[in-house]
Design a binder for this molecule. Structure first.
Ligand code: NG6
Ligand code: CA
Length: 508
């Protein structure tokens, strides 16, 4: 080989490396209902999550990271669009037969990656609807869906594990659907003759505690009625394996060590630890906390498989891994799964008040880990960050433009996310039906304001304090992390100022 050719090859590989370093792969592991206190790196000693802890020790662990909402659909809507869900009607918890709630054509988080030349996959829980105004065509093309809002590939469950139809969707089709056994779904009345939890409780392997008494699939009563599609039905026990296998397959297919392939963005949205909690038998009984704890172990296993795959393919250094959750924890979310009885000393919300569905901190303040070897210094961050900013953060990282009117609430906080800016967001907006804001930082003190609301103060079904109060609530989060002392009466000026700020944000 002549010298010039060798030099040329060296230069070419140097350029490729430089480009690779600028355009990292991104894996966003998005857990379902995992609370601030559920992972051992966040302080619990009741459950061991070694793979998550490894990610934490190699990356940045955020103490003040927020999902936008205290339930799934609105949090995911904000994550994907950069717009607070409460600005749009129809973004509450979606039924299993909802139409797609993200308008095709608008700027989205996966769309930003796709426009930058990335392969983008949604694997796991979707819960943002499928199909046009007439709803999903389970027996035909499921369109529009993830592929029409920025993903190049998807392998999902349409809604949640406890909602029918209990089938996987790959790209635009139900997986393993037999055309001679079409799927029928109804959310208003019973359809078909399959047993239901209400009429045939003897056929249940896990009983419901509230709701979840409609069609029985795999021994579990669901929300909604279905019939047909027998060959396509999922087995809850295998769900973590199925999604993890798909995620690993996607990473393998797109490994960026070869210049001919594109970098990838993987949105890996686990079903764990949402109900029904039916982990694979290899996790059953292993946590001592019942199915919820076992599902946490299963989640940790899923994280481990992703990390192992990145290591095996030599992708670890050039991949940003983020791990977070869509909303806070709930113990009894509708099934008699012994989560309450076996909870012991474990505190899913850590020191925070409330939980899933709640305006108190545990509703939206969630774990967030960010690992990017050589770029993000491992440690703990006190900086306030919100998932609604991921769109602007990654657009900035990739030098990608997007329509700012589509993502009005997404602020570029990339430096905060990468641990290079201690200030972060000046205002965090939380949504649990009721709106709240958190202002301030560790130095000047963090204040939380929950606006007055007529909603119920607690949910007896889930045993959650919902945080609603007809009076204004003000908490000093620096001295009162547990939101025990409402000091609104002592600080009328601050209450007024925070209500005005909230109104300005609302009317933006
Ligand atoms: C509730 C369900 C709950 C869960 C939640 C959505 C009942 C009684 N409760 O309506 O079990 O499915 O919706 O959770 O049906 S989320 O994490 O997807 O927002
Ligand atoms: Ca959730």
């Amino acid at each position: 080989m002549n010298k010039l050719l060798i030099l040329g090859l060296l230069l070419a590989s140097a350029t490729t490396l430089a480009q690779t370093a600028q355009r990292p792969n991104v894996v966003l592991i998005y857990a379902d209902d995992i609370g601030y206190g559920d992972l051992s790196c966040y302080g619990t000693s009741a459950v061991k999550t070694p793979n998550v802890d490894r990610l934490a020790s190699q990356g940045l662990r955020f103490k003040h990271a927020y999902a936008t909402s205290a339930t799934c659909t609105p949090s995911r809507y904000s994550l994907m669009t950069g717009e607070y869900a409460w600005r749009q009607k129809g973004t509450g918890i979606a039924p299993g037969n909802a139409s797609l709630i993200i308008k095709p054509g608008r700027s989205t988080l996966p769309g930003v990656f796709k426009a930058a030349g990335y392969q983008t996959a949604a694997i796991g829980k979707w819960h943002l609807g499928l199909g046009g105004p007439e709803g999903p065509d389970w027996n035909g093309e499921l369109k529009p869906g993830p592929m029409e809002v920025g993903f190049t590939h998807n392998y999902i469950m349409a809604a949640t594990g406890d909602r029918v139809p209990c089938v996987y969707v790959e790209d635009h089709r139900v997986v393993n659907l037999d055309p001679n056994d079409p799927i029928q779904v109804d959310y208003k009345q019973k359809i078909g003759d399959w047993p239901t939890g209400r009429e045939n409780p003897d056929k249940l392997k896990m009983k419901h505690s509230h709701g979840h008494d409609m069609t029985i699939v795999n021994g579990v009563g669901r929300i909604g009625w279905m019939t047909g599609g027998k060959a396509a039905l999922w087995k809850d026990e295998d769900m973590a394996d199925v999604f993890t296998r798909q995620a690993v397959k996607f990473i393998e297919a797109n490994q960026k060590n070869r210049p001919s392939t594109s970098p990838f963005f993987l949105y890996f949205a686990t079903h764990d630890v949402h109900v029904p909690r039916i982990p694979h038998p290899r996790f059953v009984g292993k946590s001592g906390l019942g199915p919820r704890g076992d599902a946490l172990l299963e989640f940790d296993w899923e994280v481990g498989e992703i990390l192992k795959t990145l290591d095996r393919l030599g992708l670890t250094d050039n991949t940003i891994v983020l791990l977070s959750s869509d909303n806070g924890p709930v113990v009894d979310d509708g099934y008699q799964d012994q989560a309450v009885e076996k909870l012991g000393t474990h505190k899913p919300a850590g020191p925070l008040r409330g939980g899933k569905y709640s305006a108190f901190e545990a509703g939206t303040r969630v774990p967030l880990l960010v690992r990017w070897p050589k770029h993000v210094k491992p440690g703990i961050s006190e900086t306030p960050v919100s998932q609604v900013d991921f769109l602007a953060d990654f657009a900035t990282l990739l030098g990608q433009s997007y329509n700012h009117a589509d993502a009005p609430d997404s602020e570029n906080q990339l430096n905060a996310l990468l641990g290079r800016d201690p200030v972060g967001r000046s205002v965090i907006v939380e949504h649990a039906g009721t709106l709240s804001i958190v202002q301030g930082n560790a130095g000047e003190g963090r204040w939380k304001y929950i606006e007055p609301s007529q909603g119920a103060a607690r949910s007896n079904e889930t045993n959650t304090e919902l945080g609603n109060n007809p009076k204004p609530q003000l908490y000093n989060l620096t001295s009162d992390v547990e939101e025990k002392q409402n000091v609104a009466d002592q600080h009328p000026d601050r209450v007024r100022q925070m209500q005005q700020l909230l109104d300005r944000i609302r009317n933006k």
